[in-house]
Design a protein around this ligand. Sequence first.
Ligand code: GLY
Length: 382
Amino acid sequence: MSGHETLVVGLGDRSYDVRIGEGLIGRAGEHLRPLLHSPRVLIVTDTAVRDLHLPTLQRAFDAAAIQHQTFVVPAGEGSKSFNSLASLCEDLLQAGIDRRTTLVALGGGVVGDLCGFAAAILLRGIDFVQIPTTLLSQVDSSVGGKTGINTSTGKNLVGAFHQPRLVLADTSVLTTLPQRQLLAGYAEIVKCGLLGDASFFNWLEGHGRLLIEGDAQARRKAIYRACAMKAEVVAADERERGQRQLLNLGHTFGHALEAECGYGDDLLHGEAVAIGMVLAFELSAQLGLCAAEEADRVRRHLAALDLPTGFERLCSRAWEPQRLIEHMRRDKKAKDGRLTFVLARAIGDACTVDEVAESDVEHLLAERISEIYPEASSTVVS
Ligand code: GLY
């Protein structure tokens, strides 16, 4: 089992490995075998990943004499719904599960969150393993045990903390990932540098382009560093009572943008986070928390890699600051309807700020929106 690096998410008797390297799906049988209570797994994947990576995983389980059965959900955010969850749970129960059964999530964030939540609630909790196949899920959603679905009120509002038994991040699958998906995942890597590791952000400024263009070493190093930060934060604050909130840098703005765009292809989660991080740094600068040059530097790096940094690519919509603020009030971090943001004192030094005045947020949003609709600039709040 060589050719990979291992990190441990230290949570006592629920600790688990995050293994990162090339070709791990093809060796998944040897990696999973020692963890299984019975030599049988149920794989959950989606229609896109099924065609790309499922055969390799099935061969790996066959080679390790692990019985397997596969359940396929439609690709896309729509599968993170009550309806999909209900039919997946019914199908898994009908296939015959008991408390020794292990589920395997093969796919991106949608499959990982859905399968993980099913594992959390079936028979009051069974084991699951994450095999993330997108950059975003390798560096963020597969690690840390957040599972759940979306509701009509917002994203990830129903769910559970349920840690996987193992995460296998096979970096070779990234070669089949569309460029846009790769960039969306890259935004979450940048987030790690911005929130707590300025030297990592410096490194990304020098190596981000290489990583996006396919340099395997740069990819592996960035994934390792992002997962190492996440593992450390999750071990210290599994249930997001303090430090883990920092992992939501860019997400208060980002989730509001996604909610307005309808969680579809118009705006991917990582793209929303990229815009959200720029807005969070700009808000920090506006409030005098950090220097304006820091916000410029964040924007420049993301723009240099062709990630969105504002409303420019979303100009076919009529954006209204108040509608975005309404979404923010429903954010999981909001307390009694008051807006909470992860802001920054500098690159690599994020902090949670509870009492941000709505007028400050409205001012920033109105200003940014007016840049794409110059005729509406009278809406800017002074
Ligand atoms: N994606 C943020 C977290 O896992 O806490």
